[in-house]
Design a protein around this ligand. Structure first.
Ligand SMILES: [Zn+2]
Length: 252
């Protein structure tokens, strides 16, 4: 009994946070990463695939841990892995742990290796699958926000999360108006700070993109602290609202 109390006091916060986007399969020990994140209060974790190999690994981790995954073929793998797309629907139908399609989209930076036409086609195909299954899409967009938004509108995708949002506050507000979610990473530029101030908390989520950008999913706490500060609300409110947004978006 005594040790339980001591253990409890060591937990820094009673709050529960949610990391909207990370890459657990890129950690050396995903299980340990999840365990440590839990200790810090990260309750909800969405890991993201993007290639056939990443998807496979993410599904395995999601089945083993109490976390969820999205799968898809991102722009980086448009040439090598586009054949995988036919498998997505079946995989989703057979798993309770795959909760969306991602990260998918358009990236002008990799256009030399992966033709933009091919990227668009692949993205549109996956958006179609998402709409058919009524699943959210996790977007990776670099230099292609308007085109991504156009394809989402054309395919009638109603649920989308813009991972590592690259646009400005006007674009963010437009997307939020459509019911899409803007995901804030631990890279807080002036532009992102303006987005945080302008966009309603009902359309914001926090992510780490760890281990690529953040170090661990627990870094989402820092993102939430900044959101709370900039919006002039409590950390409790940001933790609760961003968690609720993610759960609502992914039906979890
Ligand atoms: Zn990512």
């Amino acid at each position: 009994m005594q040790s339980l109390t001591v253990e409890k006091l060591r937990v820094p916060t009673h709050l529960e946070f949610a990391d909207a986007h990370c890459h657990l399969n890129l950690f050396q020990d995903p299980q340990e990463t999840v365990r440590k994140a839990r200790e810090k209060g990260i309750g909800t974790i969405i890991t993201a695939g993007g290639s056939a190999k990443d998807n496979f690994e993410c599904i395995k981790i999601a089945e083993r841990e109490h976390i969820f995954t999205v799968i898809g073929i991102g722009p980086d793998f448009a040439t090598s892995d586009s054949g995988y797309v036919v498998e997505i629907e079946g995989l989703i139908r057979n798993s309770m742990k795959i909760v969306g399609i991602g990260e998918v989209g358009i990236d002008v930076k990799v256009a030399d290796k992966n033709d933009i036409g091919l990227q668009k086609e692949l993205f549109a195909k996956q958006a179609e699958i998402a709409r058919r299954l009524d699943m959210p899409v996790v977007i990776h967009s670099r230099g292609a926000l308007d085109e991504v938004a156009r394809i989402l509108a054309e395919t009638h995708v109603e649920k989308a999360l813009f991972h590592f949002f690259e646009g400005d506050e006007t674009q963010a507000l437009e997307l939020a108006k459509k019911g899409y979610f803007i995901s804030i990473p631990p890279a807080l530029t002036g532009k992102r700070k303006r987005i945080i101030k302008e966009v309603s908390l009902s359309n914001l989520v926090a992510e780490t993109d760890s281990p690529i950008v953040g170090e661990t999913p627990a870094d989402v706490i820092g993102v939430c602290e900044t959101i709370a500060e900039l919006k002039g609300v409590s950390l409790e409110e940001v933790a609760a609202k961003t968690t609720e947004n993610i759960r609502r978006l992914f039906y979890i």
